[in-house]
Design a protein around this ligand. Structure first.
Ligand code: AMP
Length: 429
């Protein structure tokens, strides 16, 4: 009885923060993914796919123990052997693992790779923020030249542009390297320590555990403090300064309209030097960022590889689709079968099955009517599905060994042999 009650009370739904991508949405997904493949092909990036889960230590080591992702958001679980696994919470660390594991330092450098993959983070769901989302990301590993930063930033910009998105902001900053950042962090901590009374509880914790993230606080009370905080670009060592100037120079050369944002730090610990984000203009919320990336020159070494500079970028597909809709950009409708085959009776059904298969073998998409309906009802179904043509096999057609080919738009129709109908449909393709 109890199980009966429980069963009735429970209605199955997609888990909170996840969504089903229904057929009517697929056009957008396909559009974004095709643009992603195209931009990567243009720039010589090759696709890579990694497992959906990895050893938890990979993410803790790379993203950083004090980050929100590692501290609060990972889907981690012991597998049946007791080893701790984590559903991929970001795409860069797995790509770096692959680079090391498969000896990619032996390939011509930089190695240019891209992925389109689901990402899992236990976040508070809201518009534009989900617990499972899809990221398109690309990484150029094995070259520290600022020209590569510019290549990655340009590629990200051109990707959005190729989708038709306009009115975007490109924000840029440099957060220095392991030699100049410590002195910057000291200055930042000193500044915030003097104002500790006014900080929100999260920022008081950040001050001790992850001071760079102080600059990321969105709370009203901390925004003013953030405005006048010391700037990382004033504390760069000469090499980081040179690097940043070169990136700025190349971006200007490429006509990319960037703004230097001194508060831009990003949420993962592995970044060094260049960081950047792309946002829709006028929307500064944490949920609006369309994509971001930067350099991570120390990460491969931290994960056990040789010292290897690298730079990358990742974009959230759901947010792109949200912005496409906001900007009234329609995605091309994916192609669907053209021909509907309607029939009456068992003998005609055999023919319909045979003809349907023969059409498809010739590359002509076809759908069979469902059995047991009148021809009129079947043609109504063809209309509702938006089919261009119908092949009708009724009693008369069966008797004559022919079919009727009907143009569903004009209503014109003619009897002919199936072979002629197929020929005519082929010509219309
Ligand atoms: P990140 O790995 O945090 O730099 O995220 C890269 C991009 O993925 C962001 O700019 C967003 O477009 C997207 N993104 C990150 N987290 C989420 C999320 N929880 N839901 C939807 N999209 C997200």
């Amino acid at each position: 009885m109890l199980s009966q009650v429980k069963r009735n009370e429970f209605s199955y739904r997609a888990p909170r923060g996840t969504s089903d991508i229904l057929p009517r949405e697929q056009g957008y997904w396909r559009y974004v993914e095709e643009r992603a493949h195209a931009i990567c092909q243009l720039h010589g990036y090759q696709r890579i796919e990694t497992p959906i889960f990895e050893d938890t230590r990979l993410f803790v080591r790379s993203i950083g123990e004090e980050t929100d992702i590692v501290a609060k958001e990972m889907y981690s679980f012991p597998d049946r052997s007791g080893a701790m696994m984590t559903l991929r919470p970001e795409g860069t660390a797995p790509v770096c693992r692959v680079y090391i594991e498969h000896g990619m330092h032996n390939l011509p450098q930089p190695v240019r790779l891209y992925y389109i993959a689901p990402i899992f983070r236990y976040e508070r769901p809201q518009a534009g923020r989900y617990r499972q989302h899809q990221q398109f990301g690309f990484e150029a590993i094995g070259d520290g030249n600022p020209a590569l930063d510019a290549e990655v930033i340009d590629m990200a910009w051109q990707f959005y542009h190729s989708l038709g998105l306009r009115g975007l902001w490109l924000k840029l900053n440099s957060i220095g390297c392991s030699s100049c950042r410590p002195s910057y962090l000291e200055s930042l901590k000193g500044y915030y320590a003097e104002r500790i009374e006014r900080l929100c509880p999260d920022c008081r914790r950040r001050l001790v555990q992850n001071p760079l993230r102080l600059l990321d606080c969105k709370k009203e009370s901390c925004v003013d403090i953030k405005e006048s905080a010391p700037r990382s670009i004033d504390h760069l060592c000469p090499r980081c300064q040179d690097h940043f100037q070169s990136v700025e120079k190349y971006l200007a050369l490429l006509d990319l309209p960037f703004n230097v944002d001194h508060r831009l730090v990003r949420g993962l610990d592995y970044y060094t030097r260049t960081v950047f984000e792309i946002q829709p203009q006028g929307e500064e919320g944490a949920q609006s960022t369309l994509g971001g990336g930067g350099r991570y020159d120390d990460l491969i070494e931290q994960l056990g590889g040789k010292p290897t500079p690298a730079v990358g970028f990742a974009a959230g597909v759901e947010r792109i689709i949200l912005n496409l809709k906001r900007q009234n950009i329609a995605a091309p409708v994916p192609p669907q079968p053209d021909v509907f085959i309607s029939y009456l009776g068992e003998e005609a059904k055999d023919k319909a099955i045979e003809y349907g298969s023969r059409l498809r073998r010739e590359g002509i998409g076809a759908i069979l009517a469902s059995s047991g309906r009148s021809l009129k009802a079947q043609l109504r179904q063809a209309n509702a599905l938006g089919m261009s043509y119908a092949i009708i096999i009724g009693e008369e057609e069966l008797g004559e060994g022919k079919v009727t080919l009907r143009d569903m738009v004009s209503g014109e129709q003619r009897q002919m042999s199936f072979e002629d109908a197929m020929k005519s449909l082929k010509e219309k393709q």
